[in-house]
Design a protein around this ligand. Structure first.
Ligand code: ASP
Length: 483
């Protein structure tokens, strides 16, 4: 019997996960509310001095009861861990894969000038696609004006629902830390002071890339013969890690079941989601148009069918959707682009890890739409100069966003600050869009990954490095090791 293609297997896992979550939430047992934690009433005291007298102000914060459903509790104990283990496995192999494949890619180069050409081309195309995405987002949000449909009552409701929400406060705190950095901090952060420390932290991907490029170029410079033992080592490591990707992907259909069941049972109240439908629709429309633009570019420049492209890249897109993390999806993106599409390693090993960290077209489009949407909803006028500022800051913000769930919203705060958005309204702004952030994160991550794969194809084609697919299956050598 012919095996079902991987993307179909993953799609089945995703749909059954969604169905499972919905059914569980609708059973009498699953919908029962349980108390997770209660926070007692708090009296906040504050002293001030006026006219030489000490005045005591006190504010009473009412007791809060945090509840959940039995369905959510069950899923978090018994289903979610399988999704978490899968994401952990993907993250586990990200650093060795970048290191091995980038070093192999560079040490295979016959000419360093080619690497420079590839580097410049990649960065310029990444910036180009991101500017297209932001402009598209701005055009759509100005044309469709989703903020106009948000009533004062909805704003008040959303602000009350999410007041003091830990997800929102932690995002504001992280953004405040990022904002205080100096102008060259991003460049400084790329240069590690300790290679092992860089490799021990998944959020330091750019430092690992820097180290790998430095090592690879130095290997080229010591000459082929002297570099051979190290080159063989990294070649072999690269093959082994790609095999690990094949093995991990065997569990993908089950893992996405767990990931999506978790998303469904922890989703916000459907009524809140409905209030934001017009805004979410604007972002989704922009994201769909971005995919169409990638397909067009692919078709016109790479001269292959866009359906072929989508078919090859689908498993990576579906994982991006299920995990909301381009970094966790990176090993699969690399495997699909290299083995299934035929992009040579020299290109994919550089373009894709760099893209996963700095190229986020979906995120930047979302930031542009969200920034203008909250201004529209809160009645804040945006002049043309403010919209142009959004283009620049959303570009920088998407470069600075970590490739992890929810990172785009942190950098949105920085975009808002750049257009002098009143800081006291920032919590309200985030409360306005928080309810739909997770589904939008899933979609924008899919676009981020598709953008990386498109740019890898363009760069490969322009350098004559788009070869033929050569797929390795997980069980190619299985008979040799089993008897
Ligand atoms: N989750 C996105 C990514 O990993 C980043 C974001 O937009 O939040 O690509």
């Amino acid at each position: 019997m012919k095996k079902l293609a991987l993307h179909w297997q993953i799609l089945i896992g995703m749909s059954t996960g969604i169905l499972f979550g919905i059914i569980l939430l609708n059973t009498a047992w699953g919908s029962e509310e349980i108390i997770v934690r209660t926070i007692k009433e708090q009296i906040m005291l504050d002293y001030s001095i006026a006219d030489g007298e000490v005045i005591t102000n006190h504010e009473v914060k009412p007791a809060i009861t945090i509840t959940t459903t039995k369905a959510a509790e069950f899923v978090s104990n018994w289903v979610e861990p399988f999704g978490t283990m899968f994401v952990n496995l993907l993250k586990l192999i990200a650093v060795p894969l970048i290191l091995a494949s980038l070093i192999k890619g560079i040490s295979d180069l016959k000419d360093i000038a080619k690497f420079r050409r590839m580097g410049i081309r990649t960065i310029l195309i990444y910036i180009g696609t991101t500017i297209i995405a932001i402009t598209l987002g701005l055009v759509l949000v100005n044309l469709l004006n989703p903020g106009a449909g948000i009533s004062e009552e909805t704003i008040a409701n959303l602000s009350a629902t999410y007041e003091g929400n830990s997800g929102i406060t932690s995002k504001l705190e992280t953004a405040a830390l990022q904002k205080d950095a100096g102008p060259l901090q991003a460049v400084i952060d790329m240069v590690p002071d300790n290679a092992v420390a860089a490799m021990s932290n998944n959020s330091l991907m750019l430092q690992v890339i820097f180290f790998a490029i430095f090592l690879g170029i130095s290997m080229l410079l010591i000459g082929e013969k002297a570099a051979l033992p190290l080159k063989n080592f990294f070649d072999s490591l690269n093959d082994v890690v790609l095999k690990m990707v094949d093995l991990i992907m065997l569990t993908a259909p089950f893992a996405v079941f767990a990931l999506l069941a978790t998303v469904v049972v922890t989703a916000d109240d459907p009524e809140v989601l409905l209030a934001l439908l017009y805004y979410a629709g604007t972002v989704v429309l922009g994201l769909i148009l971005m995919i169409v633009i990638y397909c067009l570019i692919f078709w016109l420049y790479v001269k292959k069918s866009p359906l072929w492209f989508l078919n090859k890249i689908a498993p990576a897109q579906l994982l991006a959707f299920s995990t909301s993390s381009s970094a966790a999806t990176l090993p699969v993106t690399m495997e699909r682009v290299e083995e299934h599409m035929g992009v040579e390693k020299e290109v994919s090993s550089f373009v894709l890890p760099v893209g996963a960290t700095i190229n986020m077209d979906g995120t930047s489009l979302y930031q542009a739409v969200a920034a203008v949407f909250v201004c529209q909803a809160l009645g804040i006028e945006l002049a043309l100069t403010a919209q142009l500022t959004i283009v620049l800051t959303a570009l920088l913000a998407s470069i600075g966003s970590a490739a992890v769930p929810g990172a785009g919203m942190v950098m949105l705060v920085i975009v808002l600050e750049s257009i002098s958005f009143p800081s006291e309204l920032l919590p309200v702004a985030l409360a306005l869009i928080f309810a739909v952030d997770r589904p939008l994160d899933m979609l924008r991550t899919t676009v981020n990954v598709t953008g990386d794969a498109t740019v890898a194809s363009i760069v490969a084609k322009s350098l004559g490095k788009f070869g033929e697919p050569k797929v390795d299956n997980w069980d190619d050598n299985l008979k040799d090791v089993t008897s």
